[in-house]
Ligand binder design. Sequence first.
Ligand code: PLP
Length: 385
Amino acid sequence: MKTAARIRSIPPYLFAKLDEKLAAKRAEGVDVISLGVGDPDTPTPERVVEALREAARDPATHRYPSYYGSRAFREAISGWYARRFGVDLDPDTEVMALIGSKEGLGHLSFAFLDPGDEALVPDPGYPVYGVSALLAGGTPVSLPMTAERGFLPDLAAAPVSKRTRLLWLNFPSNPTAATASAETFADAVAFAKEHDLLLAHDAAYAEITFEDYVAPSVLETAGAKEVAVEFFSLSKSHNMTGWRIGACVGNAEAIRALAVVKTNLDSGQFDAIQRAAIVALQGPQDHLEALRALYRKRRDVVVSALNALGWEIEPPKGSIYLWVPTPEGKSSAEFADFLLDEAGVFVAPGIGYGARGEGYVRFALTVPDDRLAEAMGRIARTLGG
Ligand code: PLP
């Protein structure tokens, strides 16, 4: 039996590998605190869970769902975009349901990249953009996100070519926690128009923001729908990572192309989950204030613990992560291993997010407060001497 070359050429998914390492430590009896994967530790709002219970009892939900998402789900997404961003979306042509946004992020490459075509991917960035380009036979091209520019792209210097078909952006960013302004998106839309490519913005963390910062949608930019799609997810905004529900919205032609891939490969998400997601989107959103306050408090715990040890970290305005430079002379893998071995704290090495992630580790703020305090106490004892 021989697997395809594309499988052999792709490194194992970072977190699958890290999970093995973590499991090995735990098997040795170490009480590891994992700040590795960003998976919310607090539950889905109860009213959403109730809605799923009720919907699952209705046999109408037991059959194949719509490929595109139910009309009601697409209307709920379009209603959210109208209320939250002032963006009009046609539920019939400009909204498509996804089995979690990751599914759509991955499939988009198959809709836009022919062999040899290029995708500009944030470096460091969420690995799916680049890996899906490779799986589709395309080439991911690093779009540097440097500390000097606040981890925002320098599009004037972007390595664009005649083969570039896609530009990926993600704000608030995983892993850097950088946030975008309307100007960042206006520049990106202009760039996409100039180079005749699709701008794909991943808005997974748009609702997790702090202080007075409110994350814009790329679709708020005038003319964005001509060249852009946005990936929407309920995973982080409604603590629904396990439910696998999201949407792709924006440019109708891009959504049609994505639908060609998806209708041939999957049969949509369980209708009961879509019904629960509608309840999540349409009901009161007061859980969001609590969620933001929770992550803001945790962000401050980590920032002040690290700054007391000599770091100079500015608290970020969004996401559930902190992007932390490694101490002088330590690579990201060395520092992550050091924290695991010496403090029993697991963080994600920056190299897993691209070559420009070297020299950083990522802390996820998704463990209960007492465990986070314990983790930072252990790190302080290990590094503080
Ligand atoms: N996009 C980014 C930037 C992420 O960090 C994640 C998950 O961590 C996702 C997308 C995936 O979200 P979903 O659960 O909607 O697939």
